[in-house]
Design a protein around this ligand. Structure first.
Ligand code: G6P
Length: 472
């Protein structure tokens, strides 16, 4: 083990560092917190333990020395422009992402992308191997790095290794399309604990392991012959959010005043509906907009009474499927607004931007209903953010059955977003729901989210890892 760099007993490996390098207003380079649920989820965990974080700084061809930011030791992994194209935009986000989200968009299979994925996963594994102390723990995150657990174990059999999969794991009939299906399963099985969002994801994974690799599976435990014999446990650990900032911001007078100002700015409609998503084809933004447009066309609602605010934050903008989706959504929004806007009211206030958390909480407070209509989503943390914010027990959560969150948030108005008529009825139910029923549902939802926050999630995962270590 190299002794030249300091080592940590706990190392997180994720595609992204928890910061991005961006240009400040004066042109200088500054670090800013990156977008995405993963970062929000892990930040509090990293502060609590003296850990290191291995990840990519978000820009091609950037060679950086390890540095410390906000008390976290960051170990940057460089990616060339070609690797960004083939590993990140290609294999991770144009092969695995669509395949694992039930082929909502067609996955692209390219052998050069796979080669880049293997090469970059090896780089992350090597970086982690040299950063973790003897007998330490490494926690690997998400679909960009599915080969890292086995690569790490090969180099460092002394480690306890966890892997958490933030997105869905598909049914075997779909998974089987992947030309490298066996290698990916073997990569994941390098972990002592393989965590998923939903019980169904773990079941799908175990079925693939049984059918493809013919390994012995008992309950959630797999007997792994390679690098062993050893066992690997696969089960669900539904992720959550750090609830404190949402609860606190929601109580701040300036944030509440901002919520009132947002309402005012929209012409004081009776009801504000809200969608907040990365601009991604998995999120069902088109279905939501279609349903809303039809309600206006049919006169079931009017722009004076109801406005939809859609925040669609820019994401993966060089991947074709995302470019196309943006065009489709923006055309649909412009058509609906063109048909229905008045001088004083707009049908859809569309924002292709990201916003700071304060502004998001003000928006959540201003929204009478939150529309989460994903066609497939590992968890959906936006649903949980909305619920955590509504300490006033007002507001309605309309939630797709196809999110991990729907397994827990049973008191939401649950919808099948493919069923446009059903979605329209659900939106009407939200618009017309009496305050009493809103409060009854929101109370139950909040109890669930506040009791199962991100700290409970990471504790549970790390306890499962610790149990493996102590049983050795
Ligand atoms: C999802 C994934 C994360 C990813 C995030 C943002 O939440 O599970 O791994 O970081 O999207 O996507 P990006 O491609 O910008 O990292």
């Amino acid at each position: 083990m190299p002794t030249s760099t300091p080592t940590s007993s706990f190392v997180i490996v994720a595609n992204r560092l928890p910061v991005d390098r961006v240009q400040g207003p004066d042109g200088s380079e500054v670090w800013r917190r990156s977008p995405g649920g993963l970062v929000a989820a892990l930040e509090p965990v990293m502060r609590a333990v003296d850990g290191a974080w291995v990840g990519w700084a978000g820009q091609p061809d950037l060679e950086l020395k390890p540095f410390t930011e906000d008390g976290i030791r960051l170990l940057p992994v460089p990616l060339s422009a070609q690797e960004v194209e083939e590993y990140y935009e290609g294999f991770a986000n144009d092969t695995i992402w669509p395949l694992y989200h039930d082929v909502i968009a067609p996955p692209q299979f390219h052998r050069e992308w796979w080669d880049a994925y293997v090469r970059v996963n090896r780089r992350f594994a090597d970086r982690a191997a040299s950063a973790v102390s003897e007998g330490g723990t490494v926690w690997v995150h998400d679909y960009q790095l599915q080969l890292v657990p086995a690569m790490l174990r090969e180099r460092r059999p002394d480690l306890t290794i966890g892997y958490f999969h933030h997105i869905p794991f598909p049914a075997h009939g779909l998974y089987a399309q992947l030309p490298w299906r066996d290698q990916v399963l073997q990569g994941l099985l390098g972990a002592d604990v393989v965590g998923f969002q939903r019980a169904q994801d773990a079941t799908n994974f175990l079925a693939a392991v049984r059918r493809r690799l013919r390994l012995d599976v008992k309950g959630s435990t797999v007997s792994v012959p390679y690098g062993g014999p050893r066992t690997s446990v696969a089960r669900a650990f539904p992720i959550s959010i750090d609830t404190t900032p949402y609860v606190e911001l929601a109580a701040r007078p300036d944030v509440r005043a901002r919520a009132a100002e947002i309402r005012e700015g929209l012409g004081n409609p009776k009801k504000i509906l809200l969608g907040v998503d990365r601009l991604d084809y998995t999120k069902g933004i088109r279905h939501r907009i279609k349903a809303f447009g039809e309600l206006l066309d049919q006169g079931r609602i009017s722009v004076e009474d109801v406005t939809l605010v859609q925040v669609a934050s820019p994401s993966r903008e060089r991947v074709d499927a995302y470019v196309q989706l943006r065009d489709e959504i923006e055309l649909a929004v412009a058509r609906i607004n063109g048909d229905h806007d008045t001088m004083d009211h707009t049908a859809i206030r569309y924002l292709h931007q990201g916003f700071p958390r304060e502004e998001m909480v003000a928006l959540y407070l201003a929204a009478d209903a939150m529309l989460v209509t994903a066609l497939r989503d590992g968890m959906n943390l936006v649903a949980k953010e909305y619920v955590a914010t509504r300490g006033d027990h007002r507001g309605v959560l309309v939630l797709s059955e196809f999110t991990g969150a729907a397994d827990e948030l049973r008191q939401a108005v649950l919808v099948n977003p493919h069923d446009i008529e059903g979605l329209k009825d659900a939106i009407m139910q939200a618009v017309e729901m009496p305050p009493r029923e809103q409060a009854r549902r929101m109370r139950a939802l909040r109890k669930r989210v506040l009791e199962n926050d991100v700290n409970a999630w990471s504790q549970e995962f790390l306890t499962a890892l610790e149990n493996v270590r102590s049983s050795r």
